[in-house]
Every structure is written in C-alpha cells, then in structure tokens.
Design a protein around this ligand. Structure first.
Ligand code: UD1
Ligand code: UDP
Length: 384
C-alpha cells in the first residue's frame, strides 16, 4: 500500500460522479481542502452531467479532473467500462496516497476497483448499507459489497451499518461510525439559504399557483422500478392528483426511462408540476414546503427524517432502516393501491400524520465530515 511520507501532506483523490455522491462528499472536500495535512484532488467522472454540475456549482468545487463519461440512456456495462479505464488513468497521473469514494454508484465501485488495482488504500464514505437483496436496489447492493471488500477505512453512517460490516467479517478496527455526511450537507445548505434566501426563491411561481393546496413532493429514479414499477408509481400519482386539495411537485429525473413513463401518464394534470431536477437549495425548499415526500431515493430517506417530514418510500426493501425505525419513514412498495391508501391516511388522519412528522436525526449530527477527516489523519499518523 502507498504510504504518505511524514514531511508532506497526504494526497487524497476524491472521486464522485452523480448528484447524491456530490451532495454527500462536498462537505468532506471542504474539510479536506481546509486542512493543511491534506492535498485534496477532486476527480468527477461526469456519470451525471447537469445534476452533478448543479451541486458542484453551489458547493464551489472546481474539479481537477472531469471524465465527462455520461451518455444518454447509458448501459451499466459501457458506463462501468468507461469509468474503470478513465479513473485508472487519473490515478496513474495523480499518484494519490489514498482514494475516497462514497456510497454505491458505478463511479464509486469502479473508483474503488481502480484504486485496488493500484494497491491504493480506499476510504469509503457511507459504508455498510445493506438491504440483503442484490436486486433491491439494483445494482447498488452489489456495488457497495464490492467496495466493502476493498476499502481500508469504512465510514459507517450508523451503528446498524457498522454492524453489517462486522457481520461480513470486516476488521472492526477499520470500521468507524461517523454519521452520514448528508446531514452536514443539509445543514450547510440551510445556512446558505438563511443568509441568501434568493438561492431558493425559484419555486415562488409554483408556491403561488398551489397556494392553499397541500404539497406532496415526489422523486423517482430507481433502475429496479423501470417498467412496471414506474408505471404503478405514475398511476398512484394520477389517483392522488384526483384530490383537489393536493398538489404534487415532481422534479423528474432526466433518465429517459423515467421521463417516458411520467410524460405519458401525467402530462396535462393541473395539480401535478413535473419540473426539471432542482438544485440543492431549491430541493431543500421543496422539502420545507411539502407535507409528505413520496420517493424511492436513498438521500431523501435520510433528509426527510432530519426535517420531520413523513416520507413514503416506494421500494420493497430499504438499506436505510433507521428512518423506518424512528417512525418518519414507511416502506410502501410500488403497488399503486398501497401508495394511494398510505398517502390518503397521512393526509386525512391527523394522528397518523403527527405520529410520523417528528424531527429525528438517526443519520447524523452534521459533524460527520470532520470525523472522517480526523480519522484519516489519525490513520496516516499511525503509519508514519
Ligand atoms: C445513478 C446511480 C444510482 C443513484 C442515482 C442518483 C448507478 C448504476 N446508478 O442512477 O445509484 O441512485 O444515479 O440519481 O451508479 N441523465 C441526464 N443528466 C444527468 C444525469 C442523468 O441526462 O445529469 C440521464 C442520462 O440519459 C443517463 C441516465 O440519466 O444515461 C442514467 O444515468 P445513470 O447515472 O446511469 O443512472 P441513474 O439512474 O441516474
Ligand atoms: N435532490 C436534489 N434535487 C432534486 C432531487 C433530489 O438536489 O431535484 C437531492 C436530494 O436532496 C438528495 C439527493 O438529491 O440529497 C438524492 O439523490 P437521488 O435521489 O438522485 O439519488 P439517491 O439518493 O437515490 O442515490
């Protein structure tokens, strides 16, 4: 394994490529860049384009490398192959002491694999999430298992995720519970909005159009839901939209497999606003505005409990049981009938709503990034 000499800063290559990775890594990049013990080099894969750029713009991160790999409707094979060779080339040029990846995307998995092929130690942020089903979420469950088999330091957001790693025989001394950096990101953006409200003022027209209505926020993008799952979700949205006291705000993921289904099913409904993906301040504003979130997203399952917003999770399983455990999240699957019944209960039964609408922070306290940076610094100190 490559070792940082004691008299120079440790060069750490931070690799990410999609919106959620960018959101969850920008606080760590900020902390690394502020710390003279580190030289932080940022490589974005460009697995996402506009959705990634929205995050790095607001976070003020200028990547040192941008592989720009995104292709319309990309396949997992081509994406994975391009990422692996591209990230390997960057590692050969940068010659980092360590490589950091986050979560479970194709970028994270190939980043860890390319580092392993060069015997570079990998720092895994958001380690240990497991659903126990390799097809839910697909392909993320296997991606994170691959990273778990490679990583040198595993930064588990919660005790549950740390336990999952120990159960897979990962050395307990290499597993640290840090909290999830998404809470750091959410707190950071909330402060930015407080200081500059105009950063999140772009929903004003919708707020006026839907004044007096009860807002339901929707996101959906999971590959395992493509086809029948997404059609059922669209059907549920249509049925919820039949209520005239409700309005749905739906920033639609640009994946053509999602857009096709939603455009066909939902176009022309007066109280459904299908809009472009929101930048992070505006999404935080949507979270504040809505009464309920309806989502299959991982990150939204973590943010909603922190804000006390009930979240109905349109998945069969979750690798984030903590939100369900504290009562702010509920798994509702992708059956239209169940989704409509569950959301109607929340909208019509005050006690049911209040039982869920309590702020909890099972995913962290907003200091995960500091902990991660300190743990890596300790690791280097122990090596020298
Ligand atoms: C990816 C991750 C998933 C993560 C999700 C977050 C993998 C295999 N999947 O899924 O784990 O939960 O990101 O959103 O790593 N597109 C654009 N512009 C963008 C982004 C995407 O047009 O900024 C379109 C493109 O047509 C692209 C397609 O969406 O080919 C799919 O993108 P991809 O990253 O392969 O999959 P996601 O479903 O976004
Ligand atoms: N998000 C955003 N704009 C949107 C929708 C989501 O900024 O229009 C943020 C959201 O706050 C969360 C993250 O994107 O932090 C979740 O990303 P996504 O659902 O794409 O991926 P997942 O978390 O499921 O991997």
């Amino acid at each position: 394994m490559s070792k940082a000499p004691s008299n120079v800063s440790t060069r750490i290559l931070v690799v990410f490529g999609t919106r959620p990775e960018a959101i969850k890594l920008f606080p760590v990049v900020h902390a690394l860049k502020a710390d003279p013990r580190f030289e932080c080099v940022v490589c974005v894969s460009g697995q996402h384009r506009d959705m990634l750029d929205q995050v790095i713009d607001i976070a003020g991160i200028v990547p040192d490398f941008d592989l720009d790999v995104m292709q319309p409707d990309q396949t997992l094979d081509a994406l994975t192959a391009n990422l692996l060779t591209g990230l390997g080339r960057v590692m050969d040029e940068v010659r980092p002491h360590r490589v950091m990846v986050q979560g479970d995307t194709a970028t994270a998995m190939t980043g860890a694999l390319a580092a392993y092929y060069r015997k570079l130690p990998v720092d895994h942020v958001e380690a240990g999430l497991r659903s126990g089903n390799i097809y839910h979420p697909w392909p993320e469950e296997v991606n994170r298992k691959v990273i778990g088999g490679i990583a040198d330091l595993h930064f588990a957001p919660t005790e549950t995720s740390a336990r999952a790693l120990r159960q897979e025989n990962v050395d307990p001394a290499r597993v640290h519970v840090t909290g999830n950096t998404v809470i750091d990101a959410l707190q950071w953006v909330t402060k930015r909005i407080e200081a500059s409200p105009e950063l999140a003022s772009g929903l004003a027209d919708l707020e006026t159009r839907f004044a007096g209505k009860r807002i339901v926020g929707v996101t959906s993008h999971r590959r395992e839901n493509f086809g029948g799952g997404l059609e059922a979700i669209a059907d549920a949205i249509r049925r919820i939209a039949a209520r005239d006291d409700v309005a749905l705000i739906f920033p639609v993921h640009p994946n053509p497999n999602v857009r096709r289904v939603m455009d066909d099913a939902l176009a022309g409904l007066g109280n459904v606003a299908m809009i472009e993906p929101l930048d992070y301040p505006h999404f935080a504003r949507l979270l504040a505005l809505c009464e309920v979130m309806l989502t299959d997203s991982g990150g939204v399952q973590e943010e909603a409990p922190a804000l006390g917003k009930p979240v109905l999770v349109m998945r069969e399983t979750t690798e984030r049981p903590e939100g369900v455990g504290v009562g702010t999240a509920k798994l509702v699957g992708t059956c239209a009938e169940t989704i409509v019944t569950e959301i109607s209960t929340l909208l019509d039964d005050k006690a049911a709503y209040e039982a869920m609408a309590r702020a909890h922070n099972p995913f962290g306290d907003g200091h995960a990034s500091e902990r991660i940076v300190e743990l890596i610094a300790n690791e280097i100190g122990n090596q020298t």
